[in-house]
Design a protein around this ligand. Structure first.
Ligand SMILES: C[S@@+](CC[C@H](N)C(=O)[O-])C[C@H]1O[C@@H](n2cnc3c(N)ncnc32)[C@H](O)[C@@H]1O
Length: 308
């Protein structure tokens, strides 16, 4: 697929499917998140990690691939800013974002790999789950464009999942076992039928496996990479650090974490480990949080990942 048709495909997907509201006032896209009460606190705390790195206040915050700013935590990122620039390839996303942010937002339809902004104009930048939709040849322009528009002395946060998380791969059998055990327990002890997820009902096992792996809605183009690729790509271009956003996948949460089996407690344990070992779990876990720091002085060495 050409670069143009990839982007058309992604845009049409989000316009027609991803950012359409489903019956329960959630976007279709939210079906790929674990929204169960048992995981709520953990997911909330992971979302809030972004705030630790971007400047709490400033003139403009860029949200590159903002979508509709779908979770309340996302709104907090720009609370101390004069305005949040929501940029997305999907106009439906931006119309929805406007409903949430109103005049606090500025809304720009654009491609993250070709940013139509002046250099060094943003005091903070976030880009969540967006660059994975960009073809490989556009990923460097996307990272470089974001860096170019970041003001000196400021930071940006980029979150995308790894292609394969070594940790999740190691735990694949455990996840499978836990899911079977829980289904058995529900049937034999609780005399109920285990919940069947939407994915299980509507798509082929092959498609489901691929989607589970990538953790993305079907129908969209996704090209993820691993930690080695990102390290090699950013080395010498910008000062960065890879930390953890969330070490476990949605598949892990749905297979292993259950309210009646101490789920909340286990998520507190996982969160504790993430706080204790953010660099290690950022590399091996499912979702890294990339923090890029732009020095005040451009001559700062970029050869080594900096302390950000
Ligand atoms: C998975 S959603 C994430 C939305 C939001 N950041 C979030 O975390 O909920 C990906 C978003 O990126 C947008 N997107 C995909 N490719 C893009 C591109 N090349 N330029 C700008 N936005 C893009 C999509 O339209 C969609 O709104």
């Amino acid at each position: 697929m050409s670069d143009k048709s990839v982007k058309k495909n992604v845009r049409e997907f989000y316009d027609r499917v991803g950012w359409q509201l489903t019956g329960d006032e959630l976007y279709q896209n939210a079906q790929y998140e674990d929204l169960r009460p048992v995981s709520k606190e953990y997911i909330h705390r992971c979302h809030m990690r972004v705030n630790r790195h971007i400047a709490p206040e400033g003139r403009y915050l860029l949200d590159a691939g903002s979508g509709p700013v779908q979770y309340p935590e996302y709104v907090t990122y720009s609370e101390g800013y004069h305005a949040r620039v929501c940029m997305d390839i999907s106009i439906v996303a931006l119309r929805e974002a406007r409903k949430r942010l109103g005049d606090h937002g500025l809304y720009v339809v654009a491609d993250v790999a070709r940013l139509p902004f002046k250099s060094e104009v943003f005091d903070g930048i976030v880009s969540l789950h967006t660059i994975h939709h960009v073809p490989t040849e556009d990923k460097i322009p996307a990272y470089e464009g974001l860096y170019r528009t970041l003001a000196p002395g400021r930071k940006m946060v980029v979150v995308n999942g790894w292609t394969r998380s070594p940790l999740m791969l190691r735990l694949a059998r455990f996840m499978n076992l836990m899911k079977r055990l829980h289904d058995w327990w529900i049937r034999k002890i609780k005399h109920q039928e285990p919940e069947v997820s939407l994915e299980t009902e509507t798509r082929s096992p092959k498609t489901r496996a691929a989607e589970k792996d990538a953790e993305i809605p079907s129908g969209t183009y996704v090209q993820k990479h691993d930690a080695e690729w990102l390290t090699n790509t950013l080395k010498g271009r910008m000062a960065y650090q890879i930390l953890v956003w969330r070490s476990v996948s949605v598949n892990f949460l749905r297979s292993v974490i259950y309210p009646e089996w101490g789920g909340r407690f286990w998520l507190k344990v996982i969160y504790w480990f993430e706080e204790r070992f953010p660099r290690y779990l950022g590399r091996v876990g499912q979702y890294p949080l990339l923090v890029v720091s732009k020095p005040l002085n451009d001559r700062q060495s970029l050869d080594e990942p900096s302390k950000v």
